[in-house]
Design a binder for this molecule. Structure first.
Ligand code: NAD
Length: 496
């Protein structure tokens, strides 16, 4: 049975656009049963931004305690609908159940982290500037923040912006991905259940055109974006004439696992295979490159290919599935294009990624894992396959002469999200951690593991140096300096 479309959520009310474009939300793992149908229109943007702007003065002036209380109410609302949200995420994003569960269960933890440690980073502080002169740093909210979400983490990435934004006193207009509108709707239902004042949180459904209209609205004070680097760049360009709009961008990746000569190869093989292929590689922090010391490449590859062979492909709602389908027909075509490019650009195919079109009885965007090998990294430098984000289940294995070449290969891509280093030596890890140019570095954990209690973000084309994770309140507020001089005129030495 398909999900009932409620429309946009503006000023505390749901309303379906009377005219617009029809959007069908597919289940990428079972195309015969769509998740639901929507009518979307960019005309919904202006009323949502206006509602958020009206609500801003009241919400930003509420005492912090009152805002925390509402976020804790949101936590209760999310927990009360956890099971249905997990299934919806699995179905609409094609995300295996265990991963959907981890994502949705993280929402409550995110709220706890934000009202706890997260607030520490935007806590006002006082300084004694001089006798009877006091200074204070006060964090102030920005205004109406647009939150734009991707399909692959449809609940958690928007929440990682919405929660700190509301906590620090901003109001929000959220546009979910056009591939996961019903997860977006379920998130808005939870916010509605929590009883935020009308207009504090608003939802507008639609595709890139709705996102463009939203970021172009003059009432927006900031854009908190998670998605591809291409879309992020388009937003940046649209903002060239509006430097006052704050941009926090979490974008793509082309992440590497470095397997050093002294690594535990079995551990490295399993962690890396999981990081490359779980969720069919559709994660910003997926491992797409495995850079292996030449002395251990042969035994590593044997173990790695065995681990890949154990990856269970299947319908995301079935237990124990690790790799579901790709999200769309376009994603399958893109994956196939890169499979051709890998061969044309001189990579050896160890496992060829194939489009299956179905898995058992279900028609869907299923593909198989791909592994390519580059034995001589000086050969096909600068190739498309080597440098671009594929966002599918593909791992390129590079043979590196030494640690120095491994670091150079890690740093050669335009992205800079995360690196995993497999080694038994802490000092070797430390040397590499300070030489790689990524925003996150893991020792003996695959690239897909991170902690909500640390910053989450990348350098270069992966981000804007405004990481999410525990530091996200920082990009939702600005620090104002207040100086109070209580000295009389006689106490001052003014030159006039
Ligand atoms: P996408 O860029 O296609 O879409 C993301 C969102 O942006 C959607 O809501 C879309 O409608 C909107 N959008 C697209 N063009 C726009 C424009 N010009 N103006 C305003 N809005 C626009 O990304 P996707 O396919 O949904 O997600 C996958 C991408 O997201 C990958 O590149 C992945 O690496 C990245 N991602 C990054 C992180 C991170 O934290 N760094 C997390 C998840 C996903």
């Amino acid at each position: 049975m398909s999900v009932l479309y409620k429309g946009n959520y503006v000023q505390g009310r749901w309303s379906r656009p009377s005219k617009g474009v029809e959007l069908i939300s597919e289940d990428p793992g079972d195309l015969l049963v769509p998740v639901g149908k929507l009518i979307v229109s960019a005309d919904g943007v202006a009323p949502a931004v206006e509602a958020a702007a009206r609500a801003f003065p009241g919400w930003s002036r509420q005492p912090l305690k009152a805002r925390i209380k509402k976020l804790l109410d949101l936590k209760k609302a999310l927990v009360s609908r956890q099971e249905s949200l997990i299934r919806l995420t699995a179905q609409e994003a094609g995300k295996p159940l265990a991963e959907s569960r981890r994502e949705v269960e993280r929402l409550a933890a995110k709220i706890d982290e934000m009202v706890g440690e997260g607030l520490r980073f935007v806590r006002d502080f006082s300084v004694k500037v001089a006798p009877r002169v006091d200074g204070q740093c006060r964090y102030r909210p920005l205004g109406v923040l647009a939150v734009i979400g991707p399909f692959n983490f449809p609940a958690h990435t928007p929440a990682s912006h919405i929660v700190p934004a509301l906590l620090t006193g901003n109001t929000v207009v959220f546009k979910p991905s056009e591939y996961t509108p019903f997860v977006g709707q379920a998130m808005a239902e939870a916010l509605d259940q929590a009883g935020f004042p009308a207009g504090v949180f608003n939802l507008v459904q639609g595709g890139a055109d709705v996102g463009q209209r939203l970021v172009a609205h003059p009432g927006i004070a900031g854009v908190l974006f998670t998605g591809s680097t291409a879309a992020g760049q388009a937003i940046r360009k649209a903002m060239l004439e509006r430097p006052r709009v704050n941009l926090a961008m979490e974008m793509g990746g082309k992440n590497a696992a470095l397997v050093l000569a002294d690594a535990d190869l079995e551990l490295a093989a399993r962690e890396t295979a999981l990081s490359a292929f779980s969720m069919a590689g559709q994660r910003c922090n997926a491992t797409s490159r495995v850079i292996v010391h030449r002395g251990v490449i042969k035994p590593f590859l044997e173990k790695f290919l065995c681990a890949v062979d154990r990856i269970k492909i299947g319908y995301p709602l079935e237990e124990a599935v690790v790799m579901g389908p790709l999200v769309s027909h376009e994603a399958v075509a893109k994956f196939q294009r890169y499979m051709r490019l890998a061969e044309e650009e001189g990579f050896e195919t160890l496992l060829s990624g194939k489009a299956l079109g179905r898995w058992e009885k279900r028609k869907g965007y299923y593909v198989t894992p791909a592994v390519h090998l580059c034995e001589n990294p000086s050969k096909n430098r600068g190739s498309h396959y080597r440098l671009e984000e594929i966002f599918g289940p593909d791992a390129a294995v590079y043979r590196a002469r030494d640690d120095q070449e491994a670091v150079a290969l890690n740093n050669e891509v335009p992205y800079g999200l995360i690196t995993a280093v497999f080694t038994r030596s802490s000092s070797r890890f430390e040397k590499i951690a300070s030489a790689v140019d990524t925003g996150m570095v893991n020792m003996n954990r695959g690239t897909i593991f991170s902690s909500g209690r640390l910053p989450f973000g990348g350098t270069k084309a992966s981000g804007s140096f405004k990481p999410a994770g525990i530091l996200s309140p920082l990009y939702c507020a600005y620090p104002a300096a207040i100086l109070k001089d209580r000295r009389s005129l006689a106490e001052r030495s003014l030159p006039l």
